[in-house]
Design a protein. Sequence first.
Length: 111
Amino acid sequence: EQNKLLDKVKADELYLRAEFAKLAERFPIIGDVRGIGLLWGIELVKDRATKEKAVQEAERMMYECLENGLSFKVSKGNVLQLCPPLIITREELKTAVVVLEKAFEKELACR
């Protein structure tokens, strides 16, 4: 309460929701984005209509991000599961979004 952590996380949620929506507009491999607070899932699909899982792409994305300092796990084979600590700074969130964006750009170039 002293650090107003709940207010900070609510603001971070709004920031990430907007940033991930921009990524989803740019990259057709993103089938769905779901999140609350700082717990997010970005579902990767081969085709948005069929929702076929993009398993290999998710693995490549994970390793590309890891090489650039962003660690997360992949669940269900194709969902990038992002769960940073509640005390993450806005600058660190911005850096994470940039790392994801560059990985998506690299993946798009492979298609």
